[in-house]
Design a protein around this ligand. Sequence first.
Ligand SMILES: Nc1nc2c(ncn2[C@@H]2O[C@H](COP(=O)(O)OP(=O)(O)OP(=O)(O)O)[C@@H](O)[C@H]2O)c(=O)[nH]1
Ligand SMILES: [Zn+2]
Length: 353
Amino acid sequence: MDYIEKLGWDDSIQIEKENAARVITVQKNSYRIADGVEEYLAHLSGKFLNQAMTSLDFPAVGDWVEVQKLQDEQKAVIKQVLPRKSQFVRQAAGTRTDAQIVASNIDTVFIVNSLNYDLNVRRIERYILSTYESGAVPVVVLTKKDECTSDEVEKAISQVEEVAIGVPIIAVSNITGDGFDELNGHLLPEKTVALLGSSGVGKSTMVNTLFDKKVQETKDIREDDSRGRHTTTHREMFILPNGALLIDTPGMRELQLWEGESAMDTAFQDVESLAEQCRFTDCGHDSEPGCRVNQALVDGELSEERFKSYLKLQRELAYEKRRQDQKAKLEEKNKWKKVSKSLKSKYKKRNVR
Ligand SMILES: Nc1nc2c(ncn2[C@@H]2O[C@H](COP(=O)(O)OP(=O)(O)OP(=O)(O)O)[C@@H](O)[C@H]2O)c(=O)[nH]1
Ligand SMILES: [Zn+2]
């Protein structure tokens, strides 16, 4: 068997296998790619950069690319992105920033929700629709089964069933491994699965449970860097012990952030409704007097872990918003630059006449 096969190679791809690789991590201006034997640090060729029209043309995690390998240096040049079997597009709402490919060539999407706090049937419904739109097939995974009674699990499943007709629904515990037999039935060798779901539902823990060891840092220990961004030391595509390929990217998580502030209301209704009862409307829930959130933390009504997740999502939203604002500002500036340039050249022409 060719090594490239284990990365999910399908025979409809029309290039020589020696020149093919799959994108496993997208960095700022470079890519990590794999060919089943080696990994390379890759850059886009000058021709590629000249020809790329929109951000949809750039490589994403999961893409097959045609490359020229510099074997000795473990480096490669990306010449083209091969046609995608499926693609997850993140559309910016209400801004001019254009669409982006979050991940591609996914066969199955695990839509991950936690059974306790997070269960939000409307959101699951939206994720199912986006998954079908992408060209992949959805499976709903409900985590933290160990924290629920079997009645609660059954009730949750029947609620989800109403919006997920014909979609498999699997309740699991990442702690005890309960439900993983069924989960594994959807993890097939050489097929690509991606994880979609909001912060704190247990995606990283699930990856670790599937490996039976720590490969992805979970929320308890992951550090933000000085700019408030997640340190991107983690990988975005893995080969599981059974041969299935797994994509877990921050971008898939941000699909939800993309929906903007409403994400906050839906994911953290409990904390939000406490915050509404704080004395000050702009309460930072730090040491302000009359802070209802702090009261709840002291009383044990709100768990420390839950509050931390809340703060983390808030930071992420703020970061994402700043990023979008900056991007929009830059685009505005460029637009005016162009306008003034063309005005100037018109003006010049007139002077010449
Ligand atoms: N009881 C229980 N706790 C879980 C389970 N899965 C995850 N957790 C806990 O939930 C918290 C969040 O888990 P993570 O795996 O970091 O969640 P995540 O979805 O990766 O979150 P982000 O990395 O922020 O996107 C951690 O404290 C986990 O230990 C589960 O099945 N049962
Ligand atoms: Zn407060």
